[in-house]
Design a protein around this ligand. Structure first.
Ligand SMILES: [Zn+2]
Ligand SMILES: [Zn+2]
Length: 349
């Protein structure tokens, strides 16, 4: 299972819930602050690329054939050059206007494959790429990034519900709904329709966790160490938001694991059980230096020595524990009600 580190402090700053079945808009590759982006169709796909306000007949077509293999977008102030044509906004879709598979690259640095509709705009010389997709495709993409596909099906279903709840709880950005960093957790192409992840998503279609009648931006953790934490335990005031509860995790108790790391001795050592302190330490030393919030600190002459028993912030569903419960016969509803007490499962219209 992947190690999950989430900067989740914005969870408490939620906007109004989105409508069900509305497309979600993910800002992608923003970490690179790209001035140029290269767009290529995936094999066998044809992309129709049009400028805002242009007629369909003037669309550029990318179909992988000579002269139609790729298109370079370049920011010019608040406008975008596509090849030699300039527009304030470009859209790439399948020929019928729907989602299409494509590769988007920051030249010579990074690329990722998406199945979505794409828009590209510019803000002060930096390109803003946004992929739009329906709720269930978005849920499947996130579950595929967050869980091992070999995890038991009921654990994948629990993760699908938690993820859908997170999305349904509302957007976290202004130019788009969610970003593709650990802040908003969108980091992967959708899995194949035949995958177990997709089955788990389909089996829970539309279902979300709700607290006081509203979808909950459900947090989860990789490995809780035996007891999950409340928001207050990690130094947060929940206010009106879901407070989370500290629940026992049998799997982590039966499978204790530790990590060790060493960090330099400048300043104060990170405080155990305090997520703000952990995030600050991770910014300085990297997440691998402080993978979990439950640790002890000792000083030696070279710096601080940390020994930890959990991976992640420890709040919400423990992913290892969820797999353990599923292997012991629990269904996804039981898993969710164990890790998220006092919530209800509702189906979005
Ligand atoms: Zn974000
Ligand atoms: Zn656990």
């Amino acid at each position: 299972m992947r190690t999950v580190h989430r900067v989740w402090l914005c969870t408490l700053l939620l906007a109004a819930p989105l409508q069900a079945q509305q497309d979600f808009r993910f800002g992608v590759l923003g970490l690179f602050h790209p001035h140029e982006l290269e767009l290529l169709p995936e094999e066998g796909q044809a992309l129709s690329v049009s400028a805002d306000g242009a007629t369909a007949t003037s669309a550029l077509v990318l179909n992988g054939e000579p002269g139609h293999r790729q298109l370079l977008f370049r920011a010019e102030g608040n406008r975008v050059l596509a090849g030699s044509r300039s527009a304030s906004r470009w859209t790439a879709t399948a020929r019928d206007g729907g989602a299409v598979s494509f590769r988007l690259a920051v030249p010579e640095k990074f690329h990722r494959i998406y199945r979505a509709r794409l828009t590209i705009e510019a803000r002060n010389g930096v390109l803003l790429a946004v992929t739009a997709m329906d709720q269930e495709t978005a849920v499947a993409s996130i579950v595929a990034a967050e869980m091992d596909e070999a995890a038991p099906l009921e654990a994948l279903k629990a993760q699908a519900v938690a993820t859908r709840s997170f999305l349904a709880a509302g957007p976290r950005h202004l130019d788009f709904d969610f970003c593709d960093t650990t802040h908003c957790q969108f980091r992967k192409s959708p899995p194949p329709l035949t995958s177990r992840v997709f089955s788990a998503v389909q089996a829970t279609r539309g279902q979300v966790l709700a607290y006081r009648g509203k979808p909950l931006a459900a947090m989860y953790t990789s490995r809780c160490g035996g007891q999950t934490r409340t928001l207050r335990d990690v130094g947060m005031e929940p206010g009106e938001a879901y407070p989370y509860y500290s629940v026992r995790c049998q799997w982590c108790r039966r499978h204790p694991a530790t990590w060790q790391s060493k960090i330099g001795a400048s300043g104060e050592p990170p405080r155990p059980g305090n997520e703000r302190s952990r995030i600050a330490a991770a910014r300085q030393w990297g997440w691998s230096a402080i993978p979990g919030s439950d640790f002890t600190v000792t000083a030696d002459n070279a710096g601080w020595r940390l020994e930890g028993h959990s991976v992640g912030h420890g709040v919400g569903m423990c992913q290892m524990g969820a797999s353990g419960m599923a292997n012991a016969g629990a269904g996804f509803r039981e898993i969710l009600s164990h890790y998220y007490p006092n919530t209800e499962l509702i189906t979005l219209p």
